[in-house]
Ligand binder design. Structure first.
Ligand code: UD1
Ligand code: CA
Length: 436
């Protein structure tokens, strides 16, 4: 059996944040969740090593996953990636697998297939590496008689020029870790127990090491906020590619933002500068330029340009035009072409919402609901003061403020009668007579 150990006990100092590093998100999912999801593709025996902010991280992860094993590193006595693998007595952690895959909690772009291939290797230890033109920050791999890894901070100038780097991903036979983890020492620049030293120690004991090439972008490690932004760019590229392969059309894909938590069904079209976020599901719909959709479901509809679809909307067979804001709106067969706020409402088939219509849903204390039936025409610049129900086949005159329920079949009008005062213009301007 294969066990997976995910190291996430570091301080993340370089992140300069009050949020634990591994709980920072890219595309709406924490770094650690991406790593756990990849690990779950290869094993059911997953161990997380925590220390810094361990209660916060554990609570968060336990709200999302079941059946994970947690270990708290004794950071004072055994700091470092090697220390992360030690129990109280400096022995290797109690895991049941004969093979152990070791991952870092800060590499969100891991590829499940790559992990599977690495874990199938028969070597005593396989070390994932890649060649890079920017080796800064990584441990460098030296291939002499034995394979060894020298950390950037301990490296000589010549060693720093090495472009083969340790990806921070390994598959060990458990027997190697049991034999060598207790032998680790902290005699290095950082005064830490380095997991990477296991490799040297194990070869001295006669175990065999092999290198396993991985793609640099899959092992991209997040240490700083600049790294976080770059990791998100990489993630977005891969999400766009995945959804385009499924059949989504994207206009200027590099401008489109998609969370990893959204999904698309059927043939959808996304115009430039669109953002689809949260738990949104988009089915057979066209999302036009500059539109934001958050935690909402759209079906057979076209939305935007510049529409703001906020949480809780279910929009079916509808046309939502520019500068329309919807929140918790259930719309079916509705047209709302321009400049409206539709919040906490249900609107039925064949209904037209004129420009500038507002559902006044908030009285300053509570939110109230607006219900509009079938084939209703709501004239432009109407305010619907909720709670309110407009029945089927109603005509609401433009410019009305509707405060009471309207029965089926009515024309509802609520506005001051127009008065035209002759020559009022000139009187107002204090002019004796027409001068132009
Ligand atoms: C590590 C490797 C380096 C490799 C790089 C790849 C070591 C000594 N160095 O360096 O060779 O190129 O990853 O990204 O292993 N952690 C703990 N406990 C600790 C310290 C760290 O659990 O006491 C965890 C961190 O939370 C993180 C992971 O181990 O998830 C890596 O630690 P980090 O400090 O980022 O190591 P690097 O300096 O990146
Ligand atoms: Ca790192």
């Amino acid at each position: 059996m294969l066990s997976v150990v995910i190291m996430a006990a570091g301080f993340g100092t370089r992140m300069k944040s009050t949020t634990p590093k591994v709980l920072h998100t890219i595309c709406n999912k924490s770094l650690l969740e991406y790593v756990i999801d990849a690990a779950r593709k290869v094993s059911t025996d997953i161990h997380l090593v925590l220390f810094n902010e361990h209660a916060k991280i554990k609570d968060y992860i336990e709200s999302k996953y079941e059946g994970l094993n947690f270990h708290i590193q004794n950071h004072e006595k055994t700091p470092g990636t090697g220390g992360a693998l030690m129990d109280k007595n400096k022995n290797f952690l109690n895991v049941s697998g004969k093979k152990v895959l070791i991952l870092s909690g800060d590499t969100p772009l891991l590829d499940g297939d790559e992990l599977l291939r690495l874990s199938q290797s028969n070597s005593d230890m396989s070390i994932a590496y890649f060649k890079t033109s920017t080796p800064f920050g990584y441990g460098r791999i030296k291939q002499e008689q034995n394979i060894s890894i020298v950390e950037e901070k301990d490296a000589t100038t010549e060693e720093r020029a090495i472009t083969l780097v340790n990806a921070g991903l390994y598959c060990f036979k458990a027997s190697v870790l049991k034999a060598c983890v207790p032998l680790l020492k902290d005699d290095n620049a950082q005064k830490e127990f380095y997991l990477t030293d296991v490799i040297k120690l194990a070869q001295e004991k006669g175990f065999k090491a092999s290198l396993f090439e991985v793609k640099e972008e899959n092992l991209y490690g997040v240490n700083t906020k600049a790294n976080l932004a770059y990791a998100q760019d990489l993630m977005l590229k891969s999400l766009r590619k995945k959804w385009m392969e499924v059949g989504v059309i994207m206009n200027m894909p590099e401008t489109i933002y998609i969370d990893s938590t959204v999904s698309f069904v059927g043939e959808c079209k996304l115009d430039s500068f669109v953002a689809i976020k949260g738990s949104s599901v988009i089915k057979n719909s066209h999302i036009k330029q500059n539109t934001i959709v958050l935690d909402s479901t759209l079906e057979d509809s076209d939305v935007g340009p510049s529409a703001n679809i906020r949480p809780g909307c279910l929009i079916k067979s509808s046309h939502i035009g520019n500068f329309v804001e919807c929140k918790n709106a259930k719309l079916s067969g509705v047209k709302a072409g321009h400049l409206s706020y539709l919040g906490d409402c249900e609107i039925d088939e064949g209904t037209n919402i004129g420009a500038g219509v507002i559902t006044c849903n908030y009285d300053g204390i509570r939110k109230h609901k607006t219900v509009i039936g079938k084939n209703v025409f709501v004239g432009s610049d109407t305010q619907l003061v909720a709670p309110i129900t407009i029945a089927d086949n109603v005509l609401v005159a433009a410019g009305s403020t509707i405060t009471k329920d309207v029965k089926a079949g009515c024309l509802s009008i609520s506005r001051i009668k127009q008065t035209d005062i002759e020559n009022g213009f000139f009187k107002f301007k204090e002019l004796k007579s027409k001068t132009f």
